[in-house]
Design a protein around this ligand. Structure first.
Ligand SMILES: [Ca+2]
Ligand SMILES: [Ca+2]
Length: 250
């Protein structure tokens, strides 16, 4: 029986996912494709299930990968798998976690058909190894725009990384397609051991189009920062106005 280091350091999880082994194939905590080991194939799960929560009919099938027991497949769950992969497995730095994620639209008053962007800005980040941020998207008011190159190839993700996050896994997804309420789930994690995110940085951008004349009114509905020891912060940051600098955090 093996328990990884990370399991012993779940400071904020209410319970531990027990290691299970059945009579045929041993399945390891966090595995989606059970072959007895966490491998790159187990990451594929997150491509279609990021943001799935307890309200989803698929929840029973995916809940075993909800490592932090918060009722949603999120960056913590992704990092639990991704941290065991890569050239060097993740090692906790021992530094305390800090930070918040704010958002800032490029325009406040939007005209029908107008494109604009929303920055996700990390503030006071310390030792951050994974994050997610969820925005509620009313499909009557907004639609996502995919960034396309001059060559005609368009980005596969709905959320674009920046210079500080381009080396991270990006499993951002639009959840609830076809529903009256959709959710943009921006979700990033380092794979294995990489330089953590620090200080104030724009960590991702989302390009949107207004469908009618409106004031930007998209709320942050959830936020999560995870450090290299799997400590997390779920406090929701601020919605800034265009040009506004984030305030300092405690
Ligand atoms: Ca596997
Ligand atoms: Ca979770």
């Amino acid at each position: 029986m093996t328990i990884t280091d990370a399991v012993g350091k779940f400071g904020s999880a209410q319970e531990f996912r027990p290691y299970k082994k059945d009579k045929t194939v041993g399945t390891v905590v966090g595995e989606n494709i059970p072959n007895g080991a966490i491998d790159d194939e187990d990451l594929l799960f997150f491509a279609s299930n990021m943001g799935v929560d307890t309200t989803d009919t698929a929840w029973n099938q995916v809940s075993k990968v909800d490592i932090n027991y918060n009722g949603v497949i999120d960056a913590y769950d992704l990092m639990y798998v991704a941290g065991q992969l890569g050239k060097t497995p993740l090692i906790a730095t021992g530094r305390p976690i800090a930070g918040l994620l704010d958002i800032r639209p490029s325009k406040q008053q939007l005209k029908a058909g107008e494109e604009f962007s929303v920055e996700i800005i990390g503030v006071g980040l310390q030792d951050i190894n994974a994050f997610n941020l969820e925005l509620k998207l009313d499909p009557n008011k907004y639609e996502l725009v995919k960034e396309c190159q001059a060559s005609g190839t368009c980005d596969s993700s709905i959320v674009q990384p920046t210079n500080v996050t381009k080396g991270m896994l990006n499993y951002s997804i639009l959840a609830g397609i076809g529903n009256s309420e959709q959710r943009i789930m921006a979700a990033f994690s380092h794979k294995g051991s990489q330089q953590s995110l620090e200080g104030k940085n724009t960590v991702a951008t989302i390009t949107l189009k207004a469908k009618k004349d409106i004031d930007f009114d998209m709320p942050i509905t959830s936020s999560l920062l995870v450090n290299t020891a799997f400590d997390s912060i779920d406090k929701i940051g601020e919605v800034l106005i265009p040009g506004e600098e984030p305030g300092e955090i405690d």
